[in-house]
Write a protein of this length. Structure first.
Length: 164
């Protein structure tokens, strides 16, 4: 592959980074407004951290895609490293969710696949970038879009559902 793997992705990367940064700010405001309720409910602080961490992952990924003349190897490693932080935050959140006996089993069972659905495409895309595979960034893009959607669902819980 002679052309940079990120060629043609700059507008997507800038839009993703900008949108996720704005959304992360809104989630932080939602957390600060409802901090007492969030801290009293088991598992919600970790869920809030996972939501913010996921949006930060989208911002960081967008910025990484904008670095000019990067090698596939460097970008792939950077994407994997960035994703590991979000994976860790989701694992902590999932661990706390799995311990909540008062939550319906179906809700607990859905938590892992929903987290995996967001992050696995980014990991696959990073590995494909490392391998120099054409089209690898489509996997990353799908993961970023799903991550924004998942984070917004978490934000809804942090803003609205905890007050019901």
């Amino acid at each position: 592959m002679t052309e940079s793997v990120t060629a043609g992705w700059s507008e997507f990367a800038a839009a993703a980074a900008g949108a996720a940064a704005a959304l992360a700010g809104l989630v932080m405001v939602a957390i600060s407004v409802n901090i007492r309720e969030i801290l009293t409910l088991p598992g919600l602080p970790a869920r809030a951290a996972a939501a913010v961490g996921s949006l930060v992952l989208v911002v960081v990924t967008g910025l990484l895609l904008l670095i000019p003349t990067q090698t596939n190897g460097a970008l792939g490693i950077e994407l994997l490293a960035a994703t590991l932080g979000a994976v860790w935050l989701h694992l902590v959140s999932l661990n706390q969710i799995s311990r909540q006996a008062d939550r319906p089993r179906s809700a607990r069972a859905l938590s892992f696949p929903l987290a995996a659905l967001q992050l696995i495409p980014i990991i696959v895309g990073a590995l494909l970038v490392l391998a120099g595979t054409d089209g690898a960034l489509y996997w990353v893009a799908v993961g970023l879009v799903l991550t924004v959607i998942g984070s917004m669902l978490d934000a809804w819980v942090l803003m609205v559902e905890i007050l019901r």
